[in-house]
Design a protein around this ligand. Sequence first.
Ligand code: ADP
Length: 160
Amino acid sequence: MTRALVPGSFDPVTTGHLDIIGRAASMFDSVVVAVARNSSKAPLFSLEERVEMLQAVCNPWPKVTISSFHGLLVEYAVEQQASVIVRGLRAVSDFEYELQMALMNRRLNSAVETVFLMTGAEYSYLSSSIVKEIARLGGSVEGLVPNIVGQRLREKVSKP
Ligand code: ADP
């Protein structure tokens, strides 16, 4: 039984995230999506909102559960009995930061392996930040995020 953690901010979850989560679910026995509580970025959606949206959109995958964590990711992996951390890679610009994190996590606990999934070509330009920017400027986010997330985004940005 191999359990994988898919950590991130998910502020909010995009179709690019879902591609990674779905592919992780086809590779591992179970997948725990771990929403970071202590992100240095000031989130648009609260932790509860991010978890709730993920729960709604990951509902079709019985292998996938949603949780949140604070503190060290490798400690959370041990707590969840996960031996693998899955991260997505989009462009070369993701690489340096991801390599640093993966090496530091290995130093902290060499029993937890980080694996990288290459983004689907159609998601390579997609990030939560660009989606939030488009929504703030009144553009359409259709296809970039699941429909329920698009709706939540519109509500969020229309509030004064
Ligand atoms: P973090 O703040 O930890 O980078 P994110 O929510 O931005 O969290 O991303 C979570 C994970 O999903 C990361 O591994 C990131 O590389 C991956 N990811 C985000 N967007 C995409 C995408 N469009 N294609 C593939 N992977 C992605």
